[in-house]
Design a protein around this ligand. Structure first.
Ligand code: NAG
Ligand code: NAG
Ligand code: NAG
Ligand code: NAG
Ligand code: NAG
Ligand code: NAG
Ligand code: NAG
Ligand code: NAG
Ligand code: NAG
Ligand code: NAG
Length: 739
């Protein structure tokens, strides 16, 4: 009977809609100790400082948690030790709220007069930016804001652009690119720097109402855009940001091996891995509450005191026990009532069950609809057509791919991007593959996915990574690519040891291959294709250093979809066509621009965007164009390149790059012209007898020979298409206020 009573109350609790939301930690003062010793302060003003945090060496768990309580202000303030970052709230369950600065860039009519960018906090690895609570926000009418940080142990950079041309463009509460843009932060991001720049030439006509641009990280609920923020944010010093904290940087198992340093000191506590960030956290077992980091910190909850926590029909019969409670001998009247309710219970259960069944069926139906909506059928059709034409595409079962990736184990992750996650997988036939999985069921991501398949099913080229197959059994299709094992061009250029071995000849060969494949995409394929995200991290290299272009998720078949105005831009910082800022369209010539940036990267060995360089040199393209103007090219070339390259040839390649980087798209050469030119340069180096004075002739010759060669590829099994965003150092996220 006791069982039934519990059932009844549970059921009622469910049906009466669980409105009993848990009260916030800070709302009521805790009735259990939170500091280590009686002599340790557990608050500063009204901000509580729970252990492992503390204000003296005896009081904190490790130096990471050393905070200062500064009483000299009207209202005492808490700071991280040795830092000016103010903490406004510390929660025991792993979050804290800090006040972050606002990067700004303020100008007068003759240009930038004052700008400030910087580091949020020299964050040690125990602090991670909370990925759900915060948004990176950029405000301005001519503003390109970026956030650069660490993502796991790699570099991470993303940003968004806020543009407007008239005050009427701005809408209260709307942050979709007009005057304001916002993007999410992925998990595992720490040590962030914020910065912004402007495209001054577009600025003069908006000067009347926009004098400053801003970029900041902010707790989403604490900021809502208003057109007035273009001016009034200047008076705001900082905005709240939620950080996740954890202990140490090892896993629970590793931490438990050393009992003296293991932080979950309380009996009745347990260790768990945080959703975001390194390290581990502690929590009290169910039925206990308090501070799990203190010996005896977790104390029994008296469930009988809180009607939400016990389900006894009469509170008088509730008996609290350690870690739990029970309802002692409820009276006869209650038993009778319970018995009468039995029928009702059964009825309710049946109703509930029916409801669940209906809901589930509706869900399945919705999933199917969703799949169809997003081109699932089209995908299926394309795949099956591909299968008929060539025997290369396989339909994998979900189980096969689960086995290949050890059930999508995190250690198999080799890359992440705006679109999803890439896993390395081992097939039973010993083939190694890269499996791309959309992160969430976000319509935008599915669309990109299907886009990629559709695009790839139309390309047949040896310099494109090969799509081996896909899996349609999952709600979100999984794509399987050949695994390209020699890393990205980005690594070969920027990893010091690899760069030493990366000869100029090889660099030029890879550039030529890439130019050729882009030319092929723009002209040789049945419908022209714009890659839209050409960058060194998207050019993979195989064992023989043959270029394999990857990541067609953002690609589009021309003509461009006009409805895309002011929505997602897929280019990556430093590679993005500046003309996009005016037209909001990416064209073939945008690929030419991005390719130009890659060419400069190959020539100079420098990153396209680097915060280690002085402010005016952060963008490699600008640096390159200014040295070209001053005829100082050879000062910025990579050592190897200068040593091995023929000066005249290097100069010519630099001229090609310069022409690709022309601000006006229609003054840039076509990709085909670029490819031809590079091939000519490569050939002339090998065969100096090729006449140099008759470029036109040489071009014609090359066009006949090489280009038709490019079309031929793909008949045999050397054809390849594919992907492995694997080792993107600079992680690409989609930008703009698309969400
Ligand atoms: C607290 O501080 C007082 C005075 O400084 C000292 O006498 C006492 O022993 C301290 N108590 C503990 C538990 O450390
Ligand atoms: C602390 O007090 C100030 C001023 O009374 C108030 O604005 C703030 O919200 C309080 N903070 C917390 C965590 O209760
Ligand atoms: C408290 O803040 C004031 C003003 O910023 C500063 O001068 C002082 O050094 C701080 N005190 C401590 C103990 O950090
Ligand atoms: C603490 O701050 C002082 C002064 O800014 C600096 O000299 C010192 O290196 C800092 N210590 C650490 C561990 O960051
Ligand atoms: C901008 O121009 C005005 C007058 O033309 C001049 O007084 C002022 O110093 C200039 N400001 C800067 C930052 O160059
Ligand atoms: C952030 O800026 C600091 C100081 O300028 C620099 O040391 C650090 O490397 C930067 N971090 C990243 C990820 O660029
Ligand atoms: C943005 O502007 C609105 C309207 O003036 C103002 O209420 C709000 O506080 C501003 N936001 C910030 C963060 O200052
Ligand atoms: C983890 O901590 C150890 C010891 O403090 C340190 O050597 C190691 O570099 C840390 N790892 C990361 C990823 O921070
Ligand atoms: C365990 O942790 C303590 C305190 O951090 C440290 O001194 C000791 O060296 C560690 N022992 C081992 C075996 O790692
Ligand atoms: C981010 O913060 C929210 C509270 O603001 C919390 O519920 C959530 O769990 C945090 N996310 C992670 C990944 O820790």
């Amino acid at each position: 009977m006791g069982f039934l009573q519990i059932q009844l109350t549970n059921l009622l609790a469910i049906l009466v809609i669980t409105a009993s939301s848990k009260s916030s930690l800070s709302a009521t003062p805790p009735n259990f100790p939170i500091a280590l010793k009686p002599n340790c302060t557990d608050h500063c003003g009204n901000i509580s400082i729970p252990y492992p945090f503390g204000t003296t060496e005896e009081c904190y768990q490790s130096h990471d948690f050393f905070v200062i309580c500064n009483q000299t202000f009207d209202q005492p303030k808490v700071f991280f030790w040795n830092s000016s970052v103010e903490i406004t709230e510390i929660k025991l369950d792993g979050q804290l709220r800090v006040l972050s600065f606002i990067a700004h860039d303020c100008y007068n009519r003759n240009g930038t007069s004052a700008s400030y960018s910087g580091t949020l906090l020299q964050m040690p690895s125990f602090l991670t930016v909370n990925n759900t609570a915060n948004k990176f926000t950029v405000i301005g009418c001519d503003t390109d804001g970026f956030i650069v940080g660490q993502w796991l142990d790699r570099e991470y950079a993303t940003g968004c652009i806020a543009m407007c041309s008239a005050e009427d463009d701005l809408t209260e509460g709307s942050c979709k690119g007009l005057g304001c843009c916002q993007i999410s932060i992925p998990k595992q991001v720490w040590q962030v720097n914020l910065s912004l720049t402007s495209f001054h030439k577009y600025h003069s006509n908006v000067w009347n109402f926009d004098r400053c641009s801003y970029a900041f990280l902010v707790e989403e609920i604490a900021f809502s855009f208003s057109p007035e923020n273009l001016t009034n944010l200047r008076n705001v010093e900082n905005l709240p940001v939620v950080l996740d904290w954890a202990i140490g940087n090892g896993t629970c198992v590793e931490a438990q091996m050393n009992a003296s340093s293991y932080a979950c000191k309380s009996v009745n506590s347990k260790c768990y891995k945080p959703d975001n960030g390194y390290g581990y956290r502690c929590s009290c077992l169910e039925g206990y509450q308090g501070n799990p980091y203190l010996i005896d910190g977790c104390q029994d909850v008296n469930e009988c005191e809180d009607p939400h926590l016990n389900n006894c029909i009469d509170i008088k019969h509730c008996v609290n026990t350690i870690g739990s409670f029970h309802c002692h001998g409820e009276s006869l009247a209650f038993k009778l009532a319970a018995e009468i309710s039995l029928g009702i219970i059964v009825l309710l259960l049946v109703a509930w069950w029916l409801h669940l069944g209906l809901k589930r069926r509706r869900q399945t139906k919705m999933r199917q609809m969703f799949f169809l909506q997003n081109g699932g059928m089209l995908l299926q059709e394309k795949i099956s057509r591909r299968e008929r034409s060539s025997n290369t595409t396989t339909i994998f079962s979900e189980l096969e791919l689960q086995n290949a990736t050890n059930n999508f184990d995190n250690i198999m992750i080799i890359g992440k991007g705006g679109f999803g996650i890439v896993y390395k997988g081992f097939l039973p036939d010993n083939r190694i593959v890269a499996i791309k999985k959309s992160k969430e069921v976000d319509p935008n991501q599915i669309e990109q996915f299907i886009n990629e398949v559709i695009i790839l099913s139309q390309i047949n080229h040896r310099n494109v990574v090969k799509l081996l197959g896909c899996c349609l059994e999952t709600q979100v299709p999984l794509l399987v690519y050949e695994f390209i094992n020699n890393g990205t061009l980005f690594e070969h250029i920027h990893n010091k040891t690899k760069a030493c071995l990366f000869s100029w000849e090889m660099r030029l060969k890879i550039a030529t291959e890439t130019a050729n494949v882009l030319a092929y995409l723009h002209s040789a394929a049945s419908t022209p294709i714009i890659h839209r995200d050409v960058k060194s991290a998207n050019i993979l290299l195989d064992q023989t250093l043959t270029a394999k272009v990857s990541d067609f998720g953002a690609s589009r078949l021309v003509p461009l979809d006009q409805t895309q105005l002011f929505t997602l831009v897929h280019g990556t910082w430093g590679y993005l066509d500046p003309e996009y800022m005016q037209t909001n369209q990416l064209t073939e010539k945008s690929d030419v621009y991005s390719f130009g940036a890659v060419l400069v990267e190959l020539l100079t060995g420098k990153k396209v965007l680097s915060f280690d360089r002085p402010e005016e040199e952060r963008g490699l393209v600008n640096l390159f164009l200014s040295v070209m103007k001053e005829d100082r090219l050879f000062e910025i070339l990579e050592e190897n390149v200068t040593r091995e390259g023929n000066k005249k040839q290097l100069m010519k390649v630099a001229m090609v790059a310069k022409s690709c980087l022309h601000v006006k798209g229609n003054e840039r050469p076509s990709m085909k012209e670029v490819a031809t030119e590079l091939e000519g340069l490569m050939l002339r180096e090998k065969h100096p007898w090729v006449p140099t004075g008759h470029d036109e002739e040489a071009k014609g010759f090359l066009l006949d020979g090489e280009f038709s060669g490019a079309i031929n590829v793909g008949e045999d099994n050397s054809t390849s298409i594919g992907f492995d965003s694997a080792k993107n150092h600079v992680m690409l996220l989609t930008m703009g206020g698309g969400r």
